[in-house]
Design a protein around this ligand. Structure first.
Ligand SMILES: CC(C)(COP(=O)(O)OP(=O)(O)OC[C@H]1O[C@@H](n2cnc3c(N)ncnc32)[C@H](O)[C@@H]1OP(=O)(O)O)[C@@H](O)C(=O)NCCC(=O)NCCS
Length: 169
């Protein structure tokens, strides 16, 4: 069960450095520059979420609404601190974003997942199940688009159509 002390809030620039550390510590996510996380916190707080537990950050999701397809929200990275995993926090953060005013009118959630990241695949399938939506998987970025053969393919997970009202999510 999720720790009762956890609060879902919008990120602030002051959270950027800790978010960078959380992403680094996963050892599986692409680590972007600190600058990138500062930009997400400063310019996209409405569609990103921080799970705060006391003075700690227990989780973070970055996402944005696609400017050319506003019915779709794209989820970039999801991270849950190791000791908080497996309690439903990842799923709860994604639902928190979908319930926000900024997601009014959103009918699809897209993300990309590598074939080896089973926790991530389970996370998005679980979300789809919980909100009663389909989850379709298609090719997105084949491995040969990445330099030096150092990156797996990224598969597109598309969840929707989302028909539930935000109170039902
Ligand atoms: C992926 C991650 C965010 C999941 O967060 P979480 O809070 O543990 O997820 P939840 O507790 O909400 O679980 C969601 C589903 O994933 C499953 N799951 C969680 N951890 C898993 C694991 N290690 N292996 C397989 N399935 C796992 C859960 O069982 C649940 O599915 P179910 O309801 O069908 O049983 C977390 O493991 C993490 O931070 N991993 C490192 C970073 C990463 O890979 N991020 C995702 C890509 S952006």
């Amino acid at each position: 069960m999720i720790d009762g002390k956890i609060q879902f809030v919008k990120p602030r620039a002051e959270d950027g450095a800790r978010i960078w550390e959380l992403i680094r510590d996963t050892g599986v996510l692409d680590l972007n520059s600190t600058y990138c996380y500062l930009i997400l916190c400063k310019y996209f707080p409405d569609s990103c979420v921080v799970a705060r537990c006391g003075g700690e950050i227990a989780g973070f999701v970055s996402a944005f609404r696609l400017p050319q397809y506003p019915e779709t929200i794209f989820v970039w990275q999801v991270v849950v601190a190791e000791k908080q995993r497996g309690k439903g926090l990842g799923t709860a953060m994604l639902k928190e974003i979908l319930k926000r005013k900024t997601c009014a009118g959103v009918r699809f959630l897209e993300t990309t997942v590598t074939p080896s990241n089973e926790p991530s695949q389970s996370l998005f399938r679980r979300l789809a199940r919980d909100i009663g939506a389909r989850c379709e998987v298609a090719e997105c970025f084949p491995a040969d688009l990445f330099p030096e053969g150092r990156h797996e393919a990224e598969l597109m997970y598309r969840i929707g159509p989302i028909r539930k009202e935000k109170e039902e999510i």
